[in-house]
Design a protein around this ligand. Structure first.
Ligand code: NAI
Length: 462
């Protein structure tokens, strides 16, 4: 008899959420995790610590920018970096302990150590082999480095090192204007670091709705971030003072370089599957290093499943969670399903940026006749009251049916506002459905309704 119905490898948002759901559905569950704490990259060195630093530095920025405007006088606070990092670590601790509590509550066994799969149905942790009917690989991803530079997590850092720098640097070069580069770049810019973001493409946040990306870049530039676009970074060298990053401008091949105390490499992540023994098992992989799975998250080997960053799709904690829920349902003999058309993406800067569904560019490319309803936060009383009138909500609908195809928000609480539209899309709603829904006044959400109205007879406050 197997020791467990299912063993998960990895206790990140994919693995731990799936384990809880599987246990709730009556399965006997174990999770292998080699880190000292549960929660994976997201909780330990990713989403959660970065949000703590974004929160603290946002408040600092507010004291400089807006306090006097509201009659809040006095000297602005100074930064005790060690304490700020301590606050961030407390936040991590509270959350990782929370998962430990949930594991106990759901009678999930934590197998501490790094797991390998010697054969289907077996997971080896240390010297012990545990048997399981099914195995779910939820090992996540790691930062992908760049040729021509060596990450030491002190001078040349990934997002992990950027969360524990010894000092606040005076200068920083961020390589890559993606999510990590802009979130962490924002943190340091607010702390007074001179941040230069060097990006390969001609726009920031590749793949995002172009109008949002353009507005976003303008706002971040006003906040002090500098951008060098269309620049392919060649490498970086270090010396006692810091590092020198060299790039080539793609349009004319000219070389340029910049010195900085710290360089953050944020050029994407790659699946983390090394050391599991997948090659020996004959688990099929995709060219970009992801584990190949079918619609039920099953690999080509019976009884071995994979979810999250280790398989195809956006590398997002909530995508991994949803796949985790679905695979748990499947393993319990139910029907798990993920709607990949309605996965929101959020950048937690100020303002926040949130997006779901199709962009205008995608709709144009696909030749879809669409309508765009847009509403600026300048027309939203609540946003103006809190100095967040920049940005807009844009809803894209099918021109013939009014069905919502996508939405793109840059503005206050965008990461929360987007979910109203996600729910609407799940229900196949039209923009008119949203527009006919009473929205409390004064809320940021009214901007969503106004954008929905803009898809029809027009918004009220614009
Ligand atoms: P990313 O894929 O978002 O952005 C990487 C950027 O680096 C791209 O703009 C790319 O064009 C650029 N780049 C690549 N090579 C370059 C070169 N040689 N020179 C200059 N630029 C170059 O990757 P990022 O920001 O590292 O994030 C990794 C993953 O983590 C992403 O999938 C992201 O979705 C996820 N993440 C999500 C967060 C969220 O949901 N808020 C927060 C942090 C990370």
């Amino acid at each position: 008899m197997a020791d467990f119905d299912v063993i998960y490898i990895g206790a990140g948002p994919g693995g731990y959420v799936s384990a809880i759901r599987a246990a709730q559905l009556g399965l006997k569950v174990a999770v292998v995790e080699g880190r000292e704490t549960l929660g994976g990259t997201c909780l330990n060195v990713g989403c959660i610590p970065s949000k703590a630093l974004l929160h603290a530095t946002h408040l600092l920025h507010e004291t400089h920018e807006n306090f006097e405007k509201m009659g809040l006088m006095g000297t602005a606070p100074t930064v005790d970096w060690a304490r700020m990092l301590g606050y961030k670590d407390d936040v991590i601790g509270q959350n990782t302990k929370g998962i430990e509590f949930l594991f106990k509550k759901n009678k999930i066994t934590w197998l501490k150590g790094w797991g390998t799969i010697p054969a289907a149905g077996q997971v080896k942790v240390g010297d012990e082999v545990h048997n399981a009917k099914n195995i779910v690989i939820a090992t996540g991803s790691e930062a992908s480095s760049l040729s021509g530079l060596t990450v030491d997590e002190k001078t040349i850092v990934t997002s992990t090192g950027a969360l524990t720098l010894g000092n606040i640097p005076k200068t920083m070069v961020v390589i890559g204007a993606g999510v990590i580069g802009l979130e962490m770049g924002s943190v340091y810019a607010r702390l007074g670091t001179q941040v230069t973001v060097v990006e390969y493409l001609d726009a920031i946040t590749p793949g995002m709705d172009a109008e949002v990306a353009k507005t976003f870049q303008r706002i971040l530039s006003k906040q002090g971030l500098k951008f060098v676009l269309g620049a392919a970074v060649q490498g970086a060298t270090t010396d006692k003072k810091g590092a020198t990053v060299t790039w080539k401008l793609r349009k004319n091949d000219t070389e340029a370089s910049l010195e900085a105390e710290v360089v953050l490499v944020a050029t994407g992540r790659k699946p983390y599957t090394a050391g599991l023994g997948l090659e020996a098992l004959g688990v099929e992989m995709l060219p970009r290093g992801q584990i190949k799975t079918n619609d039920h998250f099953q690999t080509n080997i019976k009884g071995i499943f994979a979810i999250g960053d280790a398989i195809v799709g956006p590398m997002l904690a909530h995508k991994a969670e949803d796949e985790g829920m679905a695979v748990a349902e499947i393993l319990a003999g139910k029907h798990g399903h993920v709607n990949y058309g309605v996965i929101p993406g959020v950048i937690y800067t100020t303002p926040e940026v949130a997006t779901v569904g199709k962009t205008e560019e995608q709709l144009k490319d696909a030749g879809v006749a669409y309508k765009a309803g847009k509403f600026p936060f300048m027309g939203n009383a609540r946003a103006k009251a809190v100095f967040q009138g920049e940005g807009f909500v844009k809803i894209l609908t099918d021109a013939a049916t009014d069905r919502i195809l996508g939405a793109h928000i840059i503005g206050p609480m965008a990461g929360d506002l987007i979910h109203e539209i996600c729910v609407a899309m799940e229900f196949g709603a039209s923009a008119q459905d949203l527009a006919l829904t009473c929205h409390a006044h004064p809320t940021f959400s009214e901007a969503v309704r106004e954008a929905a109205l803009a898809c029809g007879d027009g918004p009220i406050h614009a």
